[in-house]
Ligand binder design. Structure first.
Ligand code: PA5
Length: 308
């Protein structure tokens, strides 16, 4: 039996996807894409333990590339204690050792967790789809569409390299709405980890109620807003983006708008993620830093392990 064939069309009270950093983003994307279709709560968890609402009637998907991330292990142990239905996505480590008799999806070894997003997403999305009883995504069809989108870079939108050069002495602030909120957050993390540079993310409509008040400082701090636009935006959301653009321009700050036409929400999520991932790698190249190594994350983990 495959992991995704274990369905819980009835009796399921919720789905919790737990993981940190590069292992967490696939769950966040699955949540933002499927939350409106699900009849039970879909939550993501980036912390120790699990929320008290997660009980034996919940499904928990524990994702840790290394299998040794202490917050994820803590949530995994909590899920075992309360008797939730567990799924594990990993390459090995302690979580694999403790997963005897559990459904485990093994990820390819030897890459960075954030580079494993396509593999993690293609495991997590079908599990959630099966759990909540919605139709399953055809990934082979999806990959053909996404390959086609890459050919449009440099034509319909400027190439990631050109954008990386344009913003090289600025701090990007990625702004998304709906399903592109997770993409904005992923882009911020990719600039942090790949380019070792400062970046921020925010979401609409929330940013219209706080962030906007700081926009007169953007020029001083070299912040360039990058608006992630969806062709599925409601009219009201489009009006918000345009109004936000106008307010930012009053402070001589011109947002960059990223939009790819003719794609479904799922395709937009992955296509814009791919585009911004490449932007982060190009930014690393321009800055002359190694996009792969994450020494500070490794050092933090080492210090916490030695201190425990
Ligand atoms: O990208 C990274 O290296 C980090 O964000 C890791 O994904 C994070 O520290 C969690 O580790 P793991 O993915 O091994 O659970």
């Amino acid at each position: 039996m495959t992991m995704a064939s274990q369905t819980f069309s009835s009796g399921l009270h919720g789905v919790c996807i737990a993981g940190m950093g590069g292992s967490a983003i696939a769950g966040q994307m699955a949540k933002t894409l499927l939350a409106q279709k699900a009849q039970v709560p879909l939550i993501t968890w980036r912390d120790y333990n699990l929320p008290r609402c997660v009980t034996k009637d919940w499904a928990v998907i524990s994702v840790s590339y290394s299998g040794n991330t202490e917050e994820t292990l803590s949530g995994f142990e909590t899920a075992k204690k309360v008797g939730s239905t567990l799924f594990v996505v990993t390459t090995g480590g302690a979580i694999l050792e403790q997963s005897k008799d559990l459904p485990v999806a093994l990820l390819p070894k030897g890459i960075q967790p954030r580079a494993a997003l396509p593999a993690i997403f293609s495991i997590v999305l079908p599990i959630v789809e099966a759990l909540i009883g919605v139709g399953s995504t055809d990934f082979s069809e999806l990959s053909v569409t996404l390959e086609g989108v890459v050919k449009r870079w440099g034509d319909e939108i400027m190439s990631p390299r050109d954008l990386a050069e344009r913003i090289s002495s600025f701090v990007p602030l990625f702004l998304g709405s709906g399903h592109l909120i997770s993409v904005a957050y992923r882009a911020k993390c990719q600039i942090n980890e790949n380019a070792k540079a400062v970046a921020f993310s925010a979401e609409l409509p929330e940013a219209n109620h706080n962030e906007v008040e700081a926009s007169h400082m953007y020029q001083k701090y070299g912040i360039v807003p990058i608006f992630l636009r969806s062709t599925h935006e409601s009219k009201r959301m489009s009006a918000r983006f345009e109004a936000t653009d106008a307010v930012y321009r009053q402070s001589d700050c011109a947002p960059v708008h990223i939009r790819l036409n003719g794609l479904s929400e799922l395709e937009e999520t992955l296509a814009i993620t791919h585009y911004l991932d490449m932007l982060s790698v190009d930014a690393a190249d321009i800055r002359g830093v190694d996009s792969v190594r994450v020494d500070k994350i490794a050092e933090l983990k080492r210090r916490l392990t030695e201190g425990s």
